[in-house]
Design a binder for this molecule. Structure first.
Ligand SMILES: [Cu+2]
Length: 97
């Protein structure tokens, strides 16, 4: 069972990585996580794929589960894109120290 779960998790990670391969990774720092509205406020660096310079702003998230991995103050690496006209965080992971 454990082995199956690990395989499943690996497949999901591989699938996610493939889907986001085209989006540039962006350094950011978490300022606020709002689970109720499913938004995250990030101080982010340049996001070339959506023509955005560095700033602090709130994003929607592709999946609410992304918010469970991080908290205010965390240094992270994100990918972001425009989804139905809304700026959306597509992936988020803790930055390697
Ligand atoms: Cu911005």
């Amino acid at each position: 069972m454990k082995r199956l779960l690990i395989s499943l998790a690996a497949a999901l990670v591989a699938g996610a990585a493939f889907a986001q391969a085209a989006l540039p990774k962006v350094q950011a720092e978490v300022r606020r996580v709002d689970a109720a509205t499913q938004k995250i406020t990030l101080k982010h660096g340049d996001i070339p794929n959506i023509d955005m310079g560095a700033m602090t702003m709130a994003f929607r998230v592709k999946d609410p589960a992304l918010l469970e991995k991080v908290k205010a103050g965390d240094k992270v690496v994100i990918t972001a894109d425009k989804v139905d006209g809304n700026l959306t965080v597509m992936s988020i992971e803790l930055a390697k120290p």
